[in-house]
Ligand binder design. Sequence first.
Ligand code: DHB
Ligand code: MG
Length: 223
Amino acid sequence: MTQDIWSAVDAYFEAHLLPPDAALSAALTASAEAGLPPHAVAANQGCFLHILARALGARRILEIGALGGYSTIWLARALPADGLLVSLEADGGRARLARANVVRVGLGEVVDIRVGAALDSLPRLAEEGTGPFDLVFIDADKPNNPAYLSWALRLARVGGLIVGDNVVRDGKVTDAASEDANVRGVRGFISALGTEKRLISTALQTVGAKGHDGFTLSFVLGG
Ligand code: DHB
Ligand code: MG
């Protein structure tokens, strides 16, 4: 019952606020057909990320975890024509699918999907000097979230934002004794955010088509 209400409200908001978008729908359909888990962000969360990127005037965005490229499209659409979104994806098949979805929308020029473990790609980005990034969206394997946060701090600009997806996990995040590697990764991430002096961090719960979950939002301070 509760999930039905959450999904109905998401559908209501989507119907009124988010115009039908064939390209985004095609990305979701292709992802489902390829057997990807339904872990893309909800449409209203995708639009929220898009608005954050626009409000920042983002020119460079880093996404850790492309999956099928759905959030990639929302974020990349916020960039100017000479902007850049780098998205890191460990799985070659997913990276190819994400690439195809991004190219179909005409965003091939601004999106660079890099295949490989993010913990291998992130040091390379630092060496190359591809950043600093205005916005970092962490949405990959949760056990590595604390390590991804360290890299995000190295690669984000002062005044930029770091967003971490899926930090509630149906409330399991409150279980200090959890042996679930995802929960432990998220708890390590929240703990690191809480002690990190270079960030102002908060976390918000969400309910909707994707169940009960949430995300963190951190502002990168100077110094
Ligand atoms: C999971 C991962 C995600 O990125 C998401 O949005 C939902 C669930 C997961 O690993 O369970
Ligand atoms: Mg996610």
